[in-house]
Design a binder for this molecule. Sequence first.
Ligand code: FEO
Length: 399
Amino acid sequence: MSFKVNDHVTWVGKIDWELRKFHGEELSAHHGSTYNSYLVRGPEKTVLIDTVWGPFAKEFVKNLKKEIDLKKIDYIVANHAETDHSGALPELLREIPDTPVYCSNAGTKSLRGHYHQDWNFKPVKTGDKIELGGGKELVFVEAKMLHWPDSMFCYLTGDSILFPNDAFGQHYATEYMFNDLVDQNELYAEAIKYYANILTPFSKLVTAKIKEVVGMNLPVEMICPSHGIIWRNDPLQIVNKYLEWADSYQENQVTIIYDTMWDGTRRAAEAIASGIKKSNTETNIKLFNAARSDINDIITEIFKSKAIVVGSPTINKGILHSIASLMEMVKGLGFQNKKAAAFGCYGWSGESVKMINGLLEEAGFELINKDGLRMLWNPDEEAVEKAKTLGHEIGTAIK
Ligand code: FEO
């Protein structure tokens, strides 16, 4: 399959309807994904921007041959070395081995590290360009740590198209392939999930890079990312969303995440929710049993929250593994400007709440209540009231 993005650009990627896990098993992809590769035909030169994930390499090259004689590809651009975009390079470069591969300096290292090939690398920096004839140029913009050291954007003059690789993308399989054609709720749910789970740690760089690119005063007719749809209708809408998301994003929401063995910690979670509701009727309160929910969906809800409340009973002097695993992910993402509290039941030693408090502080959350709420055995009426009181305190703290 291929389709025309405009008169000069043809999409030659792969729609992966089956994908459900990305980055190994780390990231859920409920709506599949796409690996977008673009063939740009200038008046004199032809460029291929990015390829697809390795398992689709043969299919990709076979389809590409239907679109163009491979020998007519003058240049390859590898905006990013991660294998979902570079995975078909070995298959392709076996056929056209001398074709120059344009990438950032770090890209040469990453691509060599992945494939152990001495391809015809052409390292580029911000402002370097390829002439495509007739005054049309492909201009490179390094985008270090968005989200890898090698990440890079490129911009097609004349057509005014930005190719930002992973930035502004979504794991979203669709045959429509343009932003104005798809369900907007699905699109934005996947876009925010992508940002929350992948780009959160780099938010300061996101803001700086957007300001840098906006400062170049380039017209933008389309944004063609490497995953999901092409932004052709009001393409800057996603750029403005990224500026919002990068700025310690919050909605008026509290997310309560817990795991439970015999329902005590669940009952406490619900009592905390009722306390929040009583003190703050405006706040959206969501509860998730971490062991029964998708961890990346929970991360997205945390991203949207002003505060989180995390609960686990004590087991073996520690916490349940679903909460430990979630907190490891939360720590790595480095959320900014969020509050938190901890709670949990115990039978004898009772370390869980102190441990969760420590993990929350380590992850940069401001504790609303330094002690948290420890409940001996299953919460009795007095403990339930204490949980409601904690909820009240949380609801008031985020007003
Ligand atoms: Fe879509 Fe960073 O790879």
